[in-house]
Design a protein around this ligand. Structure first.
Ligand SMILES: [Zn+2]
Length: 593
């Protein structure tokens, strides 16, 4: 019989600990401390409380917890002295059937790892979908994590322990995150389409209107029609896949607009953008299976282009919905000399219809977008979901400081006109200035001495500035001070400079009512609400210009890495995301009825 929350909530403290036995390896203290925090309304809440108990424990107890785990394919496995849970997991990953070479590699990695960190390597070998990682993947992860700094790896070990506990709890409760699996499996299948040159290496690259890109549009529209039960599905004049789920007869004729992009950067991840398409698709699939209609319609758009990889036209898909498709883009050529106009004609898109894509805000309730965080914050906090308060506004500059190139040996320190040290000073000023204000970030991503030489004092130094903040005034105040500092540094050092603003994007604060709906949805899952800015730009930034909008972030694994093949999510997290979205839809039903 699967365990239930009612049983757990009603049990004596000792009974509670016994019911959770085996969740955390040889560490009953975690359940002991969690017992006092009952009752638990949801499984997600129980998982979170267990995580909190470990987070609140000191480093000594955390280290004990890590050390309570067996080595992967280690002595305990060979001697068959593992716990039942570990035997099951290591066996499922095929570790009990290693070839002699694999076994030797694992022993070598175990020895190196132990020597570096002083605790055993811990990996949730059942993986992000719970079905098990392959041996090759396990060995690659092992080798990669060996390079982590000790504090980073310590935290990663704890995160893997929580993931192991999560899967063990799912087993105990007889729970499968089926809606999360659905999302996870769609992402996996869509990632089968990648461009030549990348596909062979197992890399994911899908840029605007390539064969792989058009195949993705077909796949998505097929799933929307055949699997999800949308009433209308079409590919529009810029390649967006647009699906509508009609409102209940006689109800409001307004639609909630949602979606994200299906194009990727080169060698990108499987979830960036796509998650925000699949999550509402999963919700509509549930609605249509239940034969349920809402008192409003739902319009899900898979945006064709957001990343600006093939052509210099970012947010092309969502931009078209707000009437910002720039007709001059059509004459741009890609690296092979194919113009956007030719690519669009080849794809059978009707260029003349582009102006008609502009949406009338009167017909919509608002815009919401789900997106993978693409940063380390939620992962660090061990929180699956975060509510976005604002998409950061940004400003970018490229500049150059000009001094005098002179002999590194003969020019005394006091007589130099060194352009690079001046830029270095500016970089440090930017770092200090941005660090002093919450939710403000400043980056000097380019710093280059053209034709520099080891024995020449740099006469020129090129640099860039990228400054982002949740509000435009915070961003602008930082930019103004950095530019003033540039002036001061150059005056003091007797240098000249030029600087040019290359981009300015306004911040897109979340609409308070829509942000609150996401917050309620997260609370309803039994999770704490974490509010955070979005450091990256998203399609919601474009829709912000015509509709109230708010975003929900999902935690990324591997320290939240994105625009990288290591980008990853678990199906448990995806499941929570679908539930949060469904809850938001239900709230809206209640408000409109
Ligand atoms: Zn994205």
């Amino acid at each position: 019989m699967p365990l239930t929350l009612d049983q757990l909530n009603a049990a004596s403290p000792a009974g509670f600990v016994a019911l959770l036995d085996g969740t955390y390896e040889h560490s009953p203290w975690i359940a002991e401390r969690a017992a006092a925090r009952r009752p638990f309304a949801t499984l997600a809440q129980l998982k979170r409380v267990l995580v909190e108990v470990v987070r609140e424990a000191g480093r000594d107890e955390q280290l004990q917890l890590i050390r309570a785990h067996p080595e992967l394919a280690g002595r305990a496995m060979v001697a068959r002295t593992l716990t039942a849970e570990s035997t099951n997991e290591q066996g499922q990953a095929g570790l009990t059937q290693c070839t002699p070479e694999e076994f030797e590699t694992l022993q070598r990695l175990n020895a190196q790892y132990n020597a570096k960190f002083g605790f055993p390597f811990i990996l949730a070998v059942r993986g992000p979908r719970g079905t098990g990682l392959g041996k090759a993947e396990i060995i690659a992860t092992f080798a990669r994590r060996l390079d982590n700094p000790p504090d980073v790896e310590f935290a990663e070990a704890l995160r893997n322990i929580h993931r192991i506990a999560e899967i063990r709890l799912n087993d105990k409760f007889g729970v499968e995150p089926t809606l999360g699996h659905l999302v996870w499996d769609w992402a996996e299948r869509l990632a089968e389409h990648s461009e030549p040159g990348y596909a062979e290496r197992g890399e994911l690259t899908v840029t605007y209107l390539t064969d792989a890109h058009r195949a993705c549009a077909q796949r998505i529209s097929h799933w929307m029609k055949a699997d999800c039960g949308f009433d209308e599905v079409e590919i529009d004049a810029v390649g967006n896949v647009v699906a509508r789920y009609h409102p209940a007869p006689g109800a409001s004729t307004k639609y909630l607009l949602t979606g994200s992009h299906y194009d990727t950067v080169r060698n990108g991840g499987k979830y960036d953008g796509r998650l925000g398409i699949f999550v509402p698709m999963a919700c509509v699939r549930e609605l249509s299976r239940q034969g349920r209609r809402l008192p409003y319609g739902l319009e899900v758009v898979a945006f064709s282009e957001e990343e600006g990889q093939r052509y210099k036209a970012v947010f092309l898909g969502s931009g078209a919905l707000v009437g910002q498709f720039d007709m001059r883009w059509l004459d741009q050529a890609d690296a092979q000399g194919i113009t956007m106009r030719e690519a669009m004609k080849h794809a059978g898109l009707c260029i003349d219809d582009i102006p008609k894509l502009r949406r009338d805000p009167q017909r919509y309730l608002g815009f919401v977008e789900v997106h993978i965080e693409q940063g380390p914050v939620l992962n660090e906090l061990d929180l699956p979901l975060g509510v976005v308060t604002s998409i950061n506004g940004g400003v970018r500059y490229v500049g150059e400081i000009l001094g005098t190139a002179s002999h590194a040996g003969t020019t005394p320190m006091g007589l130099r006109r060194d352009a690079a040290t001046a830029v270095a000073e500016l970089a440090l000023f930017l770092e200090k200035r941005a660090s002093a204000v919450p939710d403000l970030v400043g980056t000097m991503g380019l710093l280059e001495v053209p034709n520099g030489s080891i024995n020449v004092v740099p006469g020129r130094c090129r640099f860039s500035l990228d400054i982002r903040a949740t509000t435009d005034p915070v961003r602008d105040a930082c930019a103004a001070e950095v530019l003033a500092e540039l002036e001061r540094i150059c005056q003091r050092r007797g240098l000249r400079y030029r600087i040019e603003e290359t981009l300015r994007a306004a911040a897109a604060p979340s609409d308070p009512a829509w942000q609150q709906r996401w917050e309620h949805a997260v609370q309803a899952l039994g999770l704490p609400v974490h509010r955070m800015p979005s450091g990256a730009g998203h399609d919601a930034m474009k829709l912000h210009e015509i509709l109230p909008q708010a975003m929900l972030f999902l935690r990324g694994q591997n320290a939240g890495i994105s625009h990288n093949p290591l980008e990853s999510i678990t199906s448990d997290d995806a499941d929570l995301c679908v539930r949060a979205f469904s809850h938001l839809l239900d709230q809206l039903c209640a408000e409109l009825s």
